[in-house]
Design a protein around this ligand. Structure first.
Ligand code: ATP
Ligand code: MG
Length: 224
């Protein structure tokens, strides 16, 4: 059995049979506001703060300073982890940086700078925007896959979807990745926003096959 890496969320670790398989490359798929950033940030934060594992968080959808100050409101002080050399937060949110090859080179350099054990890319969708066609997309993700497998780095790669996304297999990233965690939200009949999480795929391990409800609080994602 693979050694496990905690997600930072105990109930999600249980759903995964003890955590993510070490070195797994997992896509976190969800619609706007579903908690993708909070899930990935907690994975990097707890990895460093609780387990002493180095990590890289790549901001492509929001600027680094906005990310850092938002995360402080959940009690996750990334600035301190960066100062101590445990974490690197990469700001690739600016238009010109979206040239995907150069962004990829910066990610690879950051991984080697801190000898990263964990990586979060927020988001892979944004990283791919700079690529002209599916062949280039597949090429980039394959190179990324090879680099991550070589270092045994465990990774969460965020994919953005529309509301009510349910057509797994329409994005090539879903096939290349070792696992898929899907965050969904919908409105109940009484008009309440309801959130559900499922582990849709996780190579090399058994995992929870039931959909679980979750809430978002000032502690981040909490599975019910
Ligand atoms: N303290 C809180 N209490 C309740 N809900 C919260 C709290 N903080 C955030 N949320 C909810 O979490 C959502 C933001 O989560 P997050 O930024 O992780 O989503 P996301 O999936 O990354 O969104 P995007 O696709 O826009 O980047 C908010 O839209 C809000 O609904
Ligand atoms: Mg986000």
């Amino acid at each position: 059995m693979h050694k496990r890496v905690s997600t930072g969320i105990a109930k999600l670790d249980q759903m995964l049979g003890g955590g993510l398989p070490i070195g797994a490359i997992v896509t976190v798929i969800g619609c706007p506001g579903s908690g993708k950033t909070l899930l990935a940030a907690k994975f990097i934060y707890e990895g460093a703060a609780t387990y002493g594992e180095t990590g890289v968080y790549v901001c492509l959808t929001e600027p680094k300073d906005v990310f850092i100050s938002t995360m402080k409101s959940y009690g996750w002080d990334f600035e301190e982890l960066v100062d101590r050399g445990f974490v690197e937060v990469l700001d690739l949110s600016i238009g010109t940086e979206l040239e995907s090859q150069s962004a990829f080179n910066k990610i690879a350099a950051a991984l080697s700078k801190v000898s990263a054990k964990r990586l979060a890319i927020d988001s892979l969708t944004a990283l791919n925007i700079g690529l002209k066609d599916d062949v280039s997309r597949r090429h980039l993700i394959r190179i990324l896959y090879r680099v991550l497998k070589k270092t045994n780095c465990t990774s969460l790669l965020i994919l953005e979807t529309p509301l009510n996304y349910n057509s797994f297999g329409s994005m090539m990233e879903e096939f290349i990745a070792d696992g898929i965690i899907h965050l969904n939200q919908y409105y109940n009949d009484d008009g309440t926003l309801t959130r559900t999480l499922r582990v849709f795929k996780m190579r090399g391990t058994s995992h929870e096959i039931k959909i679980r409800k979750y809430i978002i609080t000032d502690k981040g994602v909490e599975i019910l």
